[in-house]
Design a protein around this ligand. Structure first.
Ligand code: AHM
Ligand code: MG
Length: 335
């Protein structure tokens, strides 16, 4: 069997399609290496005392888990010295991280959620890392928050790692979506699936139904119809899955279709949703669209939204195209 490692895949893509610039290739390899280290840290769990909470909170007011902090540090350390980045931003840091002056700077901005699905860390359920790559605006030497505030459509690369029964890296550079599986004996990510496609129709949905009483009318209508099953207006029975790690839920959708929803709700009316636009929704929306799916905030394509702050939140509906269009249509009809 021909084994294509991530390194070989990236070099061949670069040669054949010119789709990947040298520095972007380095960036992806460095992020992948960091994900291997995170995977190792997670797999040792209690053996190294790395489970449990710290006594600090992040900018969103969430208590940081030890592994949130460890994963953030692994990504920063791996990426700061290679000369491929102008700056980084993370769910775990209030402000962008400037590349130390002793290192050369590159043309890319890297954003990440170092460990997504934090509530699952201590219970041995799949978690992941999500990342997004933008270009630093030309002529900007010392990027600050403003330079990150670009619509998701400008991403040049996005990906996620899932730390589950196997460790996977799912990647797009705007030329389809590909999956790599970590071969622990080789120490390399190996290409295991090319050009993933999300079926346009599905019989599976994901939503945290405990928030139902807080949802807006279009979401009530849509989920009501899903629950009504075969005898309802949609004429078929639907199954429900909710891992509570977005990476795992999105990965299932990439594998067999489905719709993932984290709508805005009335728990905190000031917030337009729970998930963060720049390092959760945007990279996932880019990946989902590259796999033939759709992603909206109920009203607009997520990738067209112009961010106003680094940590802003957004409602998310993504996955199988026909279902995302249906629930987006219900929002338009309710206006
Ligand atoms: P996190 O980045 O702090 O882990 O939060 C994001 C996670 C998503 O992975 C997941 O879809 C969602 O929060 C689960 O939320 P809830 O606990 O409300 O079901
Ligand atoms: Mg997250």
């Amino acid at each position: 069997m021909r084994r294509v490692t991530l390194t070989r895949f990236l070099i061949e893509e670069q040669r054949a399609k010119g789709a990947i610039e040298g520095d972007l290739r380095l960036l992806v390899e460095v992020v992948a290496r960091a994900c291997k280290s995170i995977s190792n840290a997670i797999s040792r769990g209690s053996l190294t005392g790395s489970l449990g909470a710290t006594d600090s909170e992040n900018v969103q007011g969430e208590v940081q888990k030890k592994l949130d902090v460890i994963s953030n540090e692994i990504l920063l350390e791996a990426n700061e010295w290679g000369g491929h980045l102008a700056a980084m931003a993370s769910e775990e840091m209030d402000l962008p991280y400037a590349i130390p002056h002793r290192y050369p700077k590159g043309e890319y901005l890297l954003l990440f959620d170092p460990l997504d699905g934090s509530s699952n860390i201590d219970v041995n359920v799949a978690v992941g890392t999500i990342f997004s790559v933008l270009r630093c605006p030309e002529g900007v030497d010392e990027p600050d928050e403003r330079h990150f505030l670009q619509p998701g459509a400008r991403q040049v690369c996005a990906g996620y790692a899932v730390y589950g029964p196997t460790t996977l890296l799912v990647l797009t550079v705007g030329d389809g979506v590909h999956t790599f599986t970590l071969d622990r004996e080789l120490g390399s990510f190996v290409l295991t699936q090319e050009n993933l496609q999300i079926p346009a129709d599905t019989k599976e949905y994901s939503i945290n139904a405990s928030n139902q009483r807080h949802w807006e009318a279009p979401v009530q209508r849509y989920v009501g119809e899903l629950l009504a099953g075969k005898t309802g207006p949609l004429g078929k029975d639907y199954n429900m899955r909710w891992v509570a790690s977005m990476v795992a839920d999105v990965h299932r959708i990439l594998s067999r279709g489905g719709i993932f929803m984290y709508p805005r709700d009335a728990r905190e009316p000031g917030k337009p949703g729970k998930l963060r636009l720049m390092y959760e929704a945007n990279p996932m929306a880019f990946i989902v669209e590259q796999a033939g799916g759709a992603a909206t905030n109920g009203h607009q394509r997520i990738l067209d939204l112009v961010p106003t702050t680094l940590h802003e939140r957004v409602a998310v509906f993504l996955g199988s195209r026909n279902e995302v269009e249906r629930v987006t249509g219900y929002h338009a009809a309710a206006r």
